[in-house]
Every structure is written in structure tokens, then in C-alpha cells.
Design a protein around this ligand. Structure first.
Ligand SMILES: [Zn+2]
Length: 1006
């Protein structure tokens, strides 16, 4: 471009900006109101009043068209959308949407399910009368495009359907409850789409079905509105932070798209697929002023179709361009969000042949208009943000609503302009999913019928059903050929080279009834992504992964999953299964029943369900007839066969009746009374534990650190105290002290007239600030000393060590290690411990920079060797292996350091033991149940960098303390519904709480 044309462009920009319009391309519909349609003067005046600067608005939203028959959001809100001081409850948002539905044939409201606390979720469809009248026919067409098998992958037929179909664009609001702006923006958006007669909005209305779920996290929304009302009633006070969002989890509700444990995820996916939508656009608020992270940053998820990647680029770039042309500052894409993990709600679309999108706009966590001061990195001009936000500005909820609505309207318009392309892509992505076996592969995943962990396999298959993945079952046995792995030449010296491994088998047999997840189906992509392995290179230019780097479900569930590339597997005779047949129950004859222990969480459910039965655990493996039973096998008596049959069938457990009791040492397996402790700092991580226990129907008393400190005699009421992770990195000090109470006001978490929804069935307190306190610390110490069991993980384990409850255990911080939500290998160290019952030698676990524990034999000492570690002998006489000498005195030998592994406590030397009351007697030393694998075996899936820092260190420890135990986890065994493989490490601790010393080599029994 020459000098003159630059000048011309600048002049042109200047002119158009000063007249408030924008330059249009030929044939482009102007983004402007219809001058013939009257505006709602009062409403429009308020919009302008609440917008803090004209450039925080756009010609699409700086007015409201008037309607004689359709009510504006003001009828419910009492003011305009985004007005200061007004946050509607979900119920009010629904009320408005239903008023719209009654007032115009252009709006239709449907119920899409309920939340964990029973609140309704809705979806609102807005489109032309004709489109809504012909919903069913349109749905039939979209369904064919969604499943190209129905039209035999016929592109010509697809083109016909594309030409006739109206696409569906699905928008979801406020999944994150403190991000409060979306519901009012979406109320007003629905009104505009239904009422506005401008050509721009008419294009959208006639061309697209806009589907809106205005509130995704309904339970959390109502709590957040409560808090805001409390704030309005106590304007000078600090108001409580939103510690509970949904019943179980907070921010992680947007990390549930893999295991789909939460109702909101299930309801949104069912709606998204039920409507055959093309886009899922999720609204968030954190980054100023509009970060369209549709494009994001690398690495991109390896399983998405490159067609989608192109769509992201196209949509993101154009969306930024549109808002930039309006002169709205701080709109950008790219940014630091990588698109690796498929755990985000919006990613349901990416994994189901749609388009995932996410906005971060700028919210004020409430409806106050506030002065906002940004961090330098937030207002810095970067290559992807040439028009950054202001360092400091007055910001209102209305501004936020302007950005959200403008972004959405321009998105919808662009989507409509290109809908034939996007619909064709929708079809193509489905077609390419079906063609996966002959394209990139694999052909199928197989879950064998003889997996010993049948109940866990069933749980994994149920997740696949929730993901709308088709599952088949082989009607006979079959064989597949396996890919031959090329041995990589190792760079090691010949000295250390391992012996050549025996050749891997080239075929594998599977029994009849094995589950086959075929990859020639429309949603093969999500099954492939969840069941495959991930590798995140330590050299990746992205140095801060946004979330977990791995999720390999076969490993995290501990079930066998075989990836099969051989296309012949697809011709194996098989039948579709739409639900799992009941399995389990009692077989054989006899009066004593045995259930083999494969670390299935259902065993714990059974123990609680059969309250009156007597259940013993075998302390050693045994055989009865042809049946081999492992350590920890349940031996059940005192229950009728039919009762046991019913219970085991409903839990998917196999019981075998034995003619005689086996000759094996046993102890009783009892259902402990559990105190379940949470803090008032965060309930995010513990929520997943709570959810797992509730699903397993294991009862517990849920209480805060404050409450447990007030119980006079913990041992009289409880056998086990479960203290799940707080946030992964809460300090012991924070757990004990809580939030400062020397200034400020109490932060109540109770139901009041302003806060009727706060408590629900969770916990309450008159002041969230105090922590466990020193009284609470003393109570925990007494509880353990008197024989109780305290179970902790990650940060609560560090807390237990810090307050001296786990003598002989130390922890250190990592220096260069980077394990970011990865799947790592661990190894069983002490298979005789009841905590290890049912596990094989290798256990895959979820790890996020786990705590690096060491055990010592001297209290207060760090694990150390006799001297500094010498890699080789010092300089002196002789050869490398010869002893040195000192001239003029007899030779002396350096005493051999007793061989100890890294996870073991070093034996104290004579000198260290001399008159040293701090030496821990061996019976009191920590017992290592699981350790991290050796460095080379640590990485199973994801990112492990400098894993040598944690390799071989203890992963699960049983520390005798007084007459009780503290069981410490370095890994997080219960996480996001994705880690069923490690649940039983926790459940075994519960069920064997009074027999944890069983199998200890140095103490004998108990
Ligand atoms: Zn968010």
C-alpha cells in the first residue's frame, strides 16, 4: 500500500468514526437500527446512562427497539439489563423468558433438566415464526447431517440438506457463578432477536435458531445473587466469598466435560446434541474487556478435526474485527489459553463435531459500577491486542452486557452469512469421524469381557453413554492383530543397556461379550480423545499448560482398554448395546460368600449396604476349588443368599459361595463412622471427594474445621476423619488460622432474609473467617493418639506433617519438577497393607506436582546418607575400585551404608542411635504403601519434566501416630470423577481403619 492510500484510509477511518458509522463492504448488512422502527426511549436513555463511556457500546446495543406487545427485561428487572444494583435470580430470568414466549411466536422455552439441588435448567430458542413452526422438519434435516451414515455419506444429499437447513447456535451463560453478567445480557439479547426489525437482526432471526441457556450453574447463581443482596443490605461490610457454587464443585464445573459427573454438563450436552446444534458458545467473565478465546494458543487438542481449527481462526478473527470496527477497545483473540484439555463445557461441541467458543468479558462480580485498575500485563499492547484495555476505568455491568451482546450479535450475523459453509463443515466433521478407521485410525477400542474390575469398567462405559458414544458387544470370541512396535535404539552406553525384551505378541484374543467402541461412528472423536494417551513435550513453547495435560481414562480408571488399528475388528459379529445388562450376583453353592478384591469402589458400598452382615478380609491370597482369591477378599456371612444376590447385582460385584470357610487369617471389615472435614477457605477439591462418596452411598458427617474443633471427644463419635485437599496448595497456617479476624466484619454463611439459598444441604457458619484453630489441632492430635485414623491428601497431608502428626515424615518443595495434571506410574511397596488390597504392583495415578515426601528414622531429621553422596571415589592411590591409603597408619575401611531405597527410612548408624531418644522405633515408623515409579517409568500420560525429583518417593504413607494412624497421600486419589483407579486406596483405609497394622513386617499383627 502506497503513501497516498494510507492517508486515504486514515481519513476514511476518521470520517466514519466521527459520524458513528462504519465502512461497509459491498452487500454487507449495516449493523444499525431500522430508523422506521420506534425505540423504547426510556429504556434507551437508561442504557446510555449506565454505559460509562460511548466507546464501551456499539450501534447494535445502544438503543432498544420498542414493541407494543413484547415486554422488555425491565418488566422483571425493574430496570434495564445491566443496571447497577440488579442481579436477577434464575427464577426471574426464566420468568422473563416465559413472558417472551407468551408474547411472541418467535420465542420457545424448554426445560432441559434439573440440577443436583433440584433447580430447573432451561433453553430458550429464538428465531423467526416460520423457523420455530418448522422446528421438527429442520431437526430431521440436521439429524441427517449430524449422522452422515443416515445418508450413506452422500455429499450431494448433504448439499441439499445444507441448502435447506437452519443452523442452531447455542449460547450458555454464567456457568461460573461469580461471573454474573450473562443472564441480563441474554434476556436482552432474546428480546432484541425477537423484536428488532433492523435488517441486521432480521438476518439473524430468519437465518439462525439462537438457543440460549441463560444460567448453567443454577444452584450457584442463586447463591451468588443471595450474596449480592447481602452486600446491598450491608454496603460498608466485606461480604462473604462464594465458597459453594453448585452442591459439589465451584470453578471445576467447567472441567467436567470428560467424566460428565455433574448434571449441568449432562443437561447441556443432551440439549446441544438434542437440537443438533453447530456451535456451543460459553460466556465467562475475567479478562478485560472481551477475550474471545475461540482461537487461543497452542498446543491444540490433538483429536479435534483441523476443519474446526480453521473455523476457530475464521470466527475469532472476524469477531475481533467487527468489534474493532465499532471502536470498542480491549477486544482480542489468541491470548494464553491453550486448547489441549477437552474438560471445558464448550469443548463438548469440539468433541462432537461442532464449534466450541468461549468469551471472557469483564465482569464486576456483581452489579456495582466500580473503578477498575488493571495489571500491566492486562493493559499491555501485544501483537494480538493492538487496542488494549485502559489501565484504569470506571466499569459497569452495563458495559459488560454491551460487550457480551455486541460480540454475540456480530457472531450470530457472521455465522448466518456463512451458514452453508458451517453446516457443510458440520456434516464433514461427522463424516470424517465415521471415516476415522480408514483415515487416521484407530478402528476401535476394546474393553474385554473378562476385565476383573467389571464394576469399574461399567462406570467407564456409562461415561461413554453420557457422551452419546455408541457401544457394541461382541457376540463371540475374536482375535485382532496388534501393531508391531519398532524398538527405539537407546542412546545409552552398552554398560547400562537393558536386555532385549521378548518380542511383543502380535495378536490378542478377546472373549465373547467384550465391549467394542467402534470408531466408524459420528462421535468417535470423543471416545478416541478420552481413551487415548497424551504426550506434552517438556520442550513445548507453551510453558504454562492451562489445565491438566493428561486424562487417559483406561489408566485413571484402572481398566483394560486396547486401542486397535486393525480394521478387521469392525467386521467382528457384534450388537449395539444401549444400556449395560445387569451383571454380578452370587454363584456356586455354600453358606460363606467370597468376593474377590480387585479394588473396586463398589466393595465399600456393599459394606455400608449390608449393615448387619459380618464381613471379613482375607489377609493372604487363597484358593478354593478352582477359584483364586487375592488379599483383601471379602468373606461374608450372616446374610441371606437372596439379599446378597440383590446387593451384588445392583453393584456389579461377583460373589462366590464357598462350601467351607477358607483356612486363611482374616480380620473384620467394618463400616467406620466418618467425620468429613472441609475448610471455609475453599471447597473446590473436597467437593469431588464428597460427590464420589455420595455416588457410592457412603455416609459421613460433613463438618468444617471450625465445627470439628468444638467436638469434645472425637474418638467417641468417629473412627475416621477424612480431610480431603483444600485447594492443593493451602498452607498449614491458613488451615489453622483461616482468614484474619483482627479486622473487618464477620462473614456469615447462613440463610437470612437476604440469603435464602446460601446453605442448601451444605454447611453453615456465623463467620467463615476462623480456621481450625489451635484447639482444633489439639483435638486432631488427641483423636489420632487415642486410636483414630486421619486421612489427608496433598495440602492437608502437608498440614498433618507440619503440625507434627506424622513423625518421621518430611516433605520438600520441588525445584524444577513440572507434573501438570498428568497420569504417573506408582508401585506397590507393601502389598500386605490393607490399604493396598486389590491392587496389582503397578498403579496409575493422577498427579499434579505431588508433595515430595521422604521418611526418616530419626524424628526431626531429614532423610540423609552417612556423608555427602559421592558418585565415585576421591582422588588417591590405586585404580577406580581399589581402596585408597593414608601413609603412615593402618588401613581403614569406609563403613558400608546399609542399602536402602529412596522411599525407605535409612537405618540410623551406631553414632546416630547413641543415647538418642529421637530415633523412631521401627514399629512406629512410617509404612510406605505406594511409591512413585522410577524416573524412566514415571510418565504414563501428559507432561513430566524433571520427574527425578519425585521419582521413587512415597506416594501413599501409613504413619503410626500414638495408637492411631495418619494416612498421607501425595497424589490426589479422588479427582473430577476421573480417577476411579485410586478411589479404593481411600476406601480401603476406611474399611480397615482398625486393622491398618495388618501385614506390617516389623510389628506382627495389630
Ligand atoms: Zn469463568
Amino acid at each position: 500500500m502506497g503513501h497516498k492510500s494510507w492517508l486515504g484510509l486514515i481519513l476514511l477511518l476518521f470520517t466514519t468514526l466521527s459520524t458513528g458509522g462504519i465502512a461497509l463492504a459491498d452487500g454487507e448488512t449495516p449493523p444499525a437500527r431500522d430508523p422506521k422502527q420506534p425505540i423504547d426511549e426510556a429504556y434507551t436513555a437508561k442504557i446510555r446512562k449506565y454505559t460509562t463511556a460511548p466507546y464501551f457500546s456499539s450501534p447494535l446495543v445502544d438503543y432498544l427497539p420498542a414493541s407494543k406487545s413484547v415486554p422488555t427485561p425491565a418488566v422483571v428487572l425493574g430496570d434495564v439489563a445491566g443496571a447497577p444494583g440488579i442481579l436477577p435470580y434464575a427464577e426471574d430470568v426464566y420468568k422473563y423468558m416465559r413472558l417472551l414466549e407468551n408474547a411472541t411466536p418467535r420465542v420457545k422455552v424448554v426445560s432441559i433438566g434439573t440440577t443436583e439441588e433440584g433447580r430447573e435448567m432451561i433453553a430458550v430458542a429464538v428465531s423467526s415464526e416460520a423457523n420455530l413452526k418448522n422446528l421438527e422438519q429442520n431437526h430431521q434435516r440436521l439429524a441427517k447431517l449430524a449422522d452422515p451414515r443416515t445418508i450413506h455419506l452422500d455429499d450431494a444429499e448433504a448439499d441439499k440438506l445444507v441448502a435447506e437447513s437452519v443452523p442452531v447456535y447455542y449460547i450458555t451463560g454464567t456457568i461460573h457463578s461469580p461471573e454474573t453478567g450473562a443472564p441480563t445480557a441474554l434476556m436482552e439479547l432474546a428480546y432484541r432477536l425477537a423484536v428488532d426489525e433492523s435488517p441486521y437482526v432480521r438476518d439473524i432471526r430468519d437465518g439462525v435458531i439462537t438457543l440460549i441457556t441463560p444460567v448453567v450453574e443454577v444452584d450457584g447463581r442463586d447463591r451468588m445473587v443471595d450474596l449480592y443482596r447481602w452486600h446491598l443490605a450491608h454496603p460498608k461490610d466485606f461480604y462473604p466469598p462464594l465458597i459453594y457454587w453448585g452442591k459439589y464443585v465451584a470453578h471445576d464445573n467447567n472441567r467436567d466435560a470428560m467424566a460428565m459427573t455433574l448434571k449441568l454438563t449432562q443437561n447441556v450436552l443432551n440439549t446441544y446434541l438434542g437440537w443438533n446444534a453447530q456451535v456451543l458458545h460459553d460466556l465467562h467473565e475475567s479478562v478485560p474487556y472481551l477475550y474471545d478465546n475461540t482461537v487461543g494458543d497452542g498446543p491444540y487438542n490433538a483429536w479435534v478435526d483441523p476443519i474446526l481449527v480453521d473455523e476457530w481462526q475464521m470466527i475469532g478473527a472476524r469477531n475481533v474485527a467487527d468489534l474493532t470496527r465499532f471502536g470498542m477497545p480491549g477486544v482480542f483473540t489468541h491470548g494464553d489459553f491453550d486448547t489441549w484439555s477437552p474438560g471445558y463445557l464448550m469443548f463438548l461441541a469440539a468433541m462432537h463435531n461442532g464449534i466450541s467458543r468461549l468469551y471472557e468479558t469483564f465482569g464486576n462480580a456483581g452489579a456495582d459500577t466500580r473503578e477498575r485498575t488493571l495489571q500491566p500485563d492486562e493493559y499491555a499492547r501485544t501483537w494480538y491486542r493492538p487496542n488494549p484495555p485502559f489501565p484504569k476505568t470506571l466499569w459497569s455491568q452495563r458495559n459488560n452486557n454491551n460487550y457480551e451482546e455486541t460480540g454475540l450479535l456480530t457472531s450470530l450475523h457472521f455465522f448466518n452469512e456463512n451458514k452453508r459453509l458451517f453446516l457443510k463443515n458440520f456434516y464433514l466433521k461427522g463424516k470424517r469421524s465415521i471415516q476415522k478407521p480408514s483415515a487416521e485410525g484407530p478402528s476401535a477400542y476394546i474393553l474385554p469381557a473378562d476385565d476383573p474390575r467389571a464394576s469399574v469398567q461399567a462406570d467407564l462405559l456409562r461415561i461413554m453413554f453420557k457422551q452419546h458414544v455408541e457401544i457394541s458387544r461382541a457376540t463371540g470370541s475374536f482375535q485382532v492383530s496388534l501393531p508391531v512396535r519398532k524398538e527405539k535404539k537407546s542412546g545409552k552406553s552398552p554398560d547400562t543397556e537393558e536386555k532385549p525384551k521378548p518380542a511383543a505378541p502380535t495378536t490378542r484374543d478377546f472373549p465373547a461379550g467384550s465391549y467394542v467402541i467402534r470408531m466408524d461412528q459420528p462421535y468417535s472423536r470423543v471416545a478416541d480423545a478420552l481413551l487415548d494417551y497424551q504426550y506434552w513435550s517438556p520442550e513445548d513453547p507453551q510453558t504454562t499448560p492451562y489445565d491438566d495435560t493428561a486424562w487417559t481414562f483406561g489408566e485413571l480408571f484402572g481398566v483394560q482398554v486396547t486401542r486397535v488399528t486393525d480394521p478387521k475388528v469392525l467386521s467382528v459379529p457384534m450388537e449395539r448395546v444401549t444400556e449395560l445388562r445387569p451383571f454380578g450376583g452370587v454363584q456356586g453353592e455354600g453358606s460363606i460368600f467370597a468376593i474377590n478384591n480387585h479394588a473396586e469402589p463398589a466393595l465399600a458400598s456393599l459394606r455400608y449396604r449390608l449393615k448387619d452382615a459380618s464381613i471379613d478380609a482375607a489377609e493372604e491370597p487363597f484358593q478354593s476349588g478352582d477359584n483364586k482369591f487375592s488379599r483383601g477378599t471379602f468373606l461374608i456371612h450372616g446374610v441371606g443368599r437372596s439379599d446378597l444376590d440383590a446387593a451384588t447385582k445392583s453393584l456389579g460385584l461377583h460373589a462366590v459361595a464357598l462350601p467351607t470357610a477358607p483356612n486363611v487369617k482374616t480380620h473384620s471389615v467394618r463400616a467406620p463412622r466418618i467425620a468429613y472435614v472441609h475448610t471455609w477457605i475453599s471447597t473446590q477439591s473436597e467437593g469431588w471427594w464428597r460427590l464420589a462418596l455420595d455416588n457410592l452411598q457412603i455416609p459421613y458427617d460433613y463438618m468444617s474445621t471450625q465445627a470439628i474443633a468444638k467436638i469434645p471427644d472425637l474418638n467417641a463419635k468417629y473412627d475416621v476423619i477424612l480431610f480431603p485437599p483444600v485447594s492443593g496448595n493451602a498452607s498449614a497456617n491458613a488451615i489453622v488460622q483461616g482468614t484474619p479476624t483482627t479486622w473487618g466484619n464477620p462473614l456469615p454463611w447462613t440463610n437470612t432474609p437476604e440469603t435464602p439459598n446460601l446453605v442448601g444441604k451444605n454447611d453453615s457458619t456465623s463467620d467463615m473467617r476462623p480456621g481450625l484453630g489451635w484447639d482444633g489441632v489439639a483435638k486432631l492430635q488427641t483423636f489420632v493418639r487415642n486410636g483414630g485414623v486421619l486421612l489427608t491428601a496433598t495440602d492437608t497431608s502437608q498440614f498433618a506433617v507440619a503440625i507434627g502428626l506424622a513423625g518421621g515424615v518430611t516433605f520438600s518443595n520441588s525445584e524444577k519438577m513440572k507434573i501438570v495434571g498428568s497420569v504417573v506410574g506408582t508401585r506397590l511397596v507393601d502389598a500386605a497393607s490393607p490399604i493396598a488390597y486389590g491392587y496389582e504392583e503397578k498403579v496409575s495415578a493422577y498427579c499434579d506436582d505431588g508433595t515430595i515426601f521422604s521418611v526418616t528414622s530419626i524424628l526431626g531429621a531429614r532423610r540423609r546418607h552417612l556423608g555427602p553422596e559421592m558418585k565415585s571415589r576421591p582422588t588417591g592411590r590405586g585404580t577406580k575400585d581399589d581402596p585408597d591409603f593414608v601413609v603412615g597408619r593402618p588401613a581403614s575401611e569406609i563403613p558400608d551404608e546399609p542399602e536402602k531405597e529412596l522411599w525407605e527410612a535409612p537405618q540410623p548408624t551406631d553414632d546416630q542411635s547413641f543415647n538418642n531418644p529421637r530415633v523412631i522405633p521401627s514399629v512406629n515408623r512410617a509404612r510406605v504403601i505406594l511409591r512413585y515409579a522410577d524416573s524412566k517409568d514415571l510418565l504414563i500420560s501428559g507432561l513430566v519434566e524433571n520427574g527425578n525429583e519425585i521419582a521413587q518417593h512415597p506416594a501413599v504413607l501409613d504413619v503410626p501416630s500414638g495408637s492411631g494412624h495418619v494416612v498421607l497421600f501425595s497424589i490426589n486419589p479422588v479427582y473430577r470423577g476421573e480417577t476411579e483407579n485410586t478411589y479404593s486406596l481411600v476406601l480401603n483405609t476406611l474399611l480397615n481403619f482398625d486393622s491398618l497394622n495388618v501385614g506390617r513386617k516389623d510389628t506382627g499383627q495389630k
